[in-house]
Design a protein around this ligand. Structure first.
Ligand code: FRU
Length: 475
């Protein structure tokens, strides 16, 4: 691959060319993980929105397929979901060939700009799609009414849909027996963060609770786009949030938006996939001939009522050599080089702890070289974990890009445990058992591959640290 593809992710999905945003229609079906996504088939900025498509057998190696649902003269194809209609309740397949059904938002191209919900179906396992002749299936005459998240609600034996009323900070629930006719159930919100419009809801059971994801733009903790979550109960009609929840962010970094989870994932798994970008500068990130990538797929769980996240276990199959392994080490105040060449993408696990009360900050500098570095740090006085990407490489393409992104986190008793996934143009941090996450894009020179420890005010103890090389998942 030429220099032009310097920033091409090796561990994350990115399209061969052109613009992508939200993941859509995530479903595991007949052994394959489908990833549909907001796609501009004709350019590298937002427009002509259609559903692109990729498939994978392991959530690592993606094969891009032809555009699944294309925009036309009348409408753009906005975000939505796909369900497997096993009992052919929609009649869009047959008993022998039950259909996959996509429920998406039709955004009209005329001056009305109306947003309505529509269906398309596939009887060849997702390869080709036909728009339903009776579209739209849900129209309330609104301009901001989008991003249907549909799932089979077994207890009430019907389909349930969550939809965003973005400018009202509401999620509206509907039910259907056949995916074609929908009746309104209830509204949720406003609640939590309302600093920007609400988009891309996703409701699902997790452990003994239900979780509702709601993306918000702008108003995120790192500026611009971010996703909040609520825990609660869902009785088939109403989502009732658990009491006294402050705003809870899925990820405190700048680049984790519009994430939803897979329908029909095997083994009770709940796999989450976000768009690894931010509407503040998504149209300017310095990649070509593609623009936009997905985050690494994450396994979700609940621990004491809070979301925990981890890279899907499939990641382990990419591990090759251990590049560095330390135990009971110390790094003095200042910076100390730990490894000269990590490569552009790798996995790191560490437990760090301040050596003295004077140690006011400590952490790791990744993708270091030629004066640039990205700092994954902990501020002991503030009690915050952060990513500082102000000197991470190319930061000049958008004024909103350089910055420090922080997450409140009490220092765990045994030290700060970190799991970090570094790719050619991103860093994802899972801390404190995956209870706090930060995802940021970075655009360092490909030669910036050193790893440093750093500490302010006193030394930092490196109780354990392991850097693992990974095989590229690029085909
Ligand atoms: C979220 C979003 C969705 C919409 C899509 C359009 O990023 O604004 O609400 O369906 O992108 O591309």
């Amino acid at each position: 691959r030429g220099r032009a593809e310097t920033y091409r992710p090796r561990l994350h999905f990115s399209p061969a060319k052109n613009w992508i945003n939200d993941p859509n229609g995530l479903i595991h079906h007949e052994g394959r993980w489908h990833l549909f996504f907001q796609y501009n088939p004709e350019g590298d900025v937002w427009g002509n929105m259609s559903w692109g498509h990729a498939v994978s057998s392991d959530l690592l190696h993606w094969e891009e397929r032809p555009v699944a649902i294309a925009h036309d003269e009348q409408e753009m194809i906005f975000s939505g979901s796909v369900v497997y209609d096993e009992r052919n309740t929609s009649g869009l397949g047959s008993a022998d060939r039950p259909p996959l059904v996509a429920i998406y938002t039709s955004t009209l191209k005329d001056d009305s700009g109306l947003q309505r919900q529509s269906l398309a179906y596939s009887t060849d396992a997702g390869e080709t799609w036909t728009k339903y002749a009776g579209n739209p299936v849900l129209d309330i005459g609104a301009r901001d009414f989008r991003d249907p998240s549909v799932f089979w609600h077994a207890d009430s034996g019907r389909w349930v849909m969550a939809l965003a009323l973005p400018t009202e900070y509401k999620i509206r629930f509907y039910a259907s027996d056949d995916l074609k006719s929908w009746r309104q159930l209830s509204d949720f919100g406003p609640l939590g963060a309302t600093g920007g419009i609400w988009e891309c809801p996703n409701l699902f059971p997790l452990g003994d609770r239900w979780v509702l994801l709601v993306s918000l733009n702008p108003g995120g903790p790192a500026g611009g786009s971010a996703t909040q979550y609520f825990t609660g109960t869902f009785d088939g009609t109403t989502f009732s949030p658990d009491p006294e929840q402050g705003t809870r962010w899925v990820d405190h970094g700048a680049d984790c938006y519009a994430g939803i989870t897979y329908n029909d994932a095997p083994d009770g798994r709940r796999v989450f996939l976000p768009w690894m970008n931010n509407w503040l500068y998504a149209d300017r990130v310095p990649t070509t001939p593609w623009r936009g990538a997905m985050g690494f797929p994450r396994e979700l769980a609940l621990h004491n009522g809070r979301l925990t996240q981890a890279p899907v276990h499939e990641l382990e199959s990419l591990r090759t050599r251990t590049l560095l392994s330390l135990t009971d080490a110390t790094a003095p105040e200042g910076t100390r080089r730990l490894l000269a060449d990590t490569g552009q993408f790798y996995e790191l696990e560490a437990v760090l702890a301040p050596e003295s009360p004077a140690t006011s900050a400590f952490g790791l500098d990744i993708r270091t070289g030629g004066g640039s570095y990205t700092r994954v740090g902990y501020d002991t006085a503030a009690g915050e974990l952060y990513i500082d990407r102000r000197s991470s490489g190319d930061v000049g393409f958008a004024a909103e890009f350089p910055g420090v992104h922080r997450a409140p986190l009490a220092l765990p008793d045994g030290g700060l445990d970190l799991r970090i996934l570094v790719d050619a143009s991103s860093v994802e941090v899972y801390a404190a058992g995956g209870t706090v996450c930060l995802t940021d894009q970075i655009f360092p020179d490909p030669s910036a591959c050193a790893l440093r420890a750093y500490a302010d005010g006193g030394a930092v103890g490196i109780e354990t640290l392991r850097v693992r090389a990974l095989r590229s998942a690029l085909r």
